[in-house]
Design a protein around this ligand. Structure first.
Ligand SMILES: [Zn+2]
Length: 113
């Protein structure tokens, strides 16, 4: 379950940023998680419960925003929606699509006290 190590990294970064800003606690964290990223949001939430314990992010609310997949079709020469990382172009049906969005895991923002 790679969500555990991902969540550990997120909490480590969040706590470090909070401490650098002289915060005493983290109130909320917002994450962008792309649908092509093979990251399961439910697993993320589950791991979050375990990982935040004992940190200054212990009582922080976690919000996960799903980012839709998008790719650039070389044949059509345009941006098309993408459901899977190596999926076909919905317009021409070919597999010349390069993913341009949807595989991210990003800390969008956070609130501290
Ligand atoms: Zn196409």
């Amino acid at each position: 379950m790679h969500e555990m190590s991902l969540m550990e990294s997120v909490i480590a970064i969040v706590c470090e940023m909070a401490q650098l800003n002289g915060a005493s606690a983290v109130k909320s964290i917002r994450l962008d998680v792309g649908v092509l990223s093979h990251i399961n949001p439910d697993s993320l939430l589950f791991c979050y419960e375990a990982v935040r314990r004992g940190t200054i992010a212990e009582h922080a609310a976690l919000e996960i925003n799903r980012i839709a997949g998008e790719g650039w079709c070389l044949d059509c020469g345009k941006t098309v929606p993408l459901d899977e990382r190596f999926g076909a172009c919905p317009d021409c049906g070919r597999y010349q699509v390069q993913a341009t969005a949807g595989d991210e895991l990003r800390i969008k923002d956070m609130e501290v006290i």
